[in-house]
Every structure is written in structure tokens, then in C-alpha cells.
Design a protein. Structure first.
Length: 157
């Protein structure tokens, strides 16, 4: 069975790359090659797309903002076309999702506890999306991140 990995914003910002958020670009590119060689499949959570897009929209230089946005758009179009090493994951934004987010997904700690420990709702959305993926497919998935807080939950179970 192939490994499934949810990709965090810290990784996508280095892959696009997003100026000012791409300080680990060489490492991430090398790691991507290794993961592709291991035939890992990647899921791009909604939060990762939203956060990366927000970082791009905040760039001061209009030309750089446009070219970076175009690179992200190109990646997303490849995913839509099934021509990238990513699998699409449909996630409903509904009461069940929000309740699982507030309960902390499968982390054994609720939102308030996570907030106190500096784990934000973006990270909790990724954890909730991964939890729902596992519930739907029975396939455990890791999270590829450079964020120390989220990394504590990067392996399911």
C-alpha cells in the first residue's frame, strides 16, 4: 500500500515557492524527490490552499504577487487534471466537520486546549480533514510539515 501524506502550508509555500516563506526550498525539493521515489501520494488540504493563497495575496510587489499566484494556480490545475502526484479529497464543511474540529479530531485534546498550546484552527482543520479521510477510507495518513506544533501530530495513531 502506498503512503498517503497531507501537505501542510509550510511545505506548499516552499514548493510554489512563495517569497519570504520559502527558506527551506532546497530541503523540501529534495524531500519531495525522496517521497516521490517512495511512491507517496499527497493530499492538499483546503487549509493549505487557503493559507498559501493568503500569503501570496499579501506580497507587496504586484508583479511578484501575480507570478507567484500563477505558479500556485498551475499546481492546482495539474491536481484538478490528475496530472500531479496528488489525490483529491472531498471534504464537506458541515456540522460534523466543525464538531470534530472542536473535539480536536483524533488528538485526544479539544480546540481550547490546542489553542492554549499554540496549535491554531488551520492546523486543526488539517488534522480534522485527515481524520475524516481515515474514517472514510481506513487508510492512515501522515502530515508533511515543517511546523513543530503540527509535527507532533504528523503520524496518525
Amino acid at each position: 500500500m502506498q503512503s498517503v501524506v497531507f501537505v501542510d502550508t509550510s511545505i506548499l509555500c516552499n514548493l510554489v515557492p512563495v517569497p519570504g516563506r520559502d527558506q527551506d526550498r532546497e530541503y523540501v525539493q529534495q524531500e519531495l524527490k525522496l517521497r516521490l521515489a517512495r511512491r507517496e501520494e499527497f493530499i492538499l488540504p483546503i487549509t493549505t490552499v487557503v493559507e498559501t493563497g493568503n500569503f501570496i495575496a499579501q506580497l507587496d510587489n504586484g508583479g511578484l504577487r501575480r507570478s507567484t499566484a500563477q505558479r500556485l494556480a498551475d499546481i492546482l490545475r495539474l491536481i484538478c487534471a490528475g496530472r500531479a502526484p496528488w489525490i483529491l479529497h472531498d471534504v464537506p464543511w458541515n456540522r460534523k466537520f466543525l464538531e470534530q474540529l472542536l473535539d480536536g479530531a483524533d488528538t485526544q485534546a479539544d480546540y481550547v486546549t490546542h489553542a492554549q498550546n499554540r496549535i491554531g484552527t488551520g492546523d486543526l482543520c488539517i488534522l480534522t480533514e485527515r481524520h475524516q479521510y481515515y474514517q472514510r477510507t481506513g487508510v492512515p495518513a501522515a502530515i508533511w510539515t515543517l511546523d513543530a506544533g503540527l509535527n507532533a501530530y504528523s503520524i496518525l495513531g
